[in-house]
Design a binder for this molecule. Structure first.
Ligand SMILES: Cc1cc2nc3c(=O)[nH]c(=O)nc-3n(C[C@H](O)[C@H](O)[C@H](O)COP(=O)(O)O)c2cc1C
Length: 193
């Protein structure tokens, strides 16, 4: 199969850009994500599914803490893609200078964003290179008018040096995923550990 034959469909499946925040053992972290989907048709029981790659510090924090928040960005918050998505919390406290409160799940909530969904993990599926987390939305609020920031629009507006950094990081992450994506554990996830 030639990926070009399916790219127009695959490309539409990414969500608006969200800053995924987590807290574990008193430490806060954030990463960017676009692999997010609604996962419930019951309006008063909202759920989401989010894919987090195992190479990310956030992965272990969400897996251990059992919670995260999705803070969707506004189109004027392009800068946060570089701050949150191109460096790891292993190297820097990415939330040190960012306004935040604490949600019902215990996760940090960004005070300045398009809106947030505060989530508690109820199941997780191993994908080899990543984990797909299913989560209840405990609380949420839309804080801005208009549309959130979509990756396909953001990508066109990124400074060239960030784009270069993104492509370098992607190519190394893709090589890691290719090597690990078949190492799937079929042991079911258990609540509380
Ligand atoms: C535009 C964009 C989209 C991304 N989407 C995802 C995603 O859906 N899932 C994921 O696990 N990582 C995604 N990432 C990568 C993480 O945000 C990135 O690896 C981050 O540095 C991890 O930070 P951490 O190690 O502090 O958790 C994305 C990055 C960017 C820039």
């Amino acid at each position: 199969m030639d990926y070009a034959d399916i790219a127009p469909m695959m490309g539409t499946l990414w969500s608006p850009l969200a800053a995924v925040t987590s807290r574990w053992q008193g430490r806060d972290n954030v990463q960017m994500a676009v692999a997010i989907t609604a996962a419930s048709i019951v309006p008063d029981r909202p759920r989401v599914a989010v894919q987090i790659y195992k190479t990310n510090l956030s992965h272990d924090m969400v897996l251990s803490g059992g919670a995260f928040a999705l803070n969707f960005l506004r189109p004027d918050q392009l800068d946060l893609i570089g701050d949150f998505g191109l460096v790891s919390g292993r190297d820097r406290d990415k939330l040190a200078d960012v306004g935040k409160t604490t949600g019902a799940s215990g996760s940090p909530l960004l005070t300045d964003c398009f809106g947030y969904l505060d989530c508690r993990v109820i199941n997780a599926m191993d994908g080899g290179d990543m984990t797909c987390f299913l989560a209840d939305v405990l609380d949420g609020k839309t804080l801005a008018q208009g549309d959130p920031l979509w990756w396909r629009d953001a990508r066109r507006r990124l400074p060239p040096e960030w784009l270069a950094l993104w492509e370098k990081k992607q190519s190394s992450e893709t090589a890691t995923s290719r090597a690990t994506m078949d190492n799937i554990s079929h042991t079911p996830w258990q609540p509380n550990g």
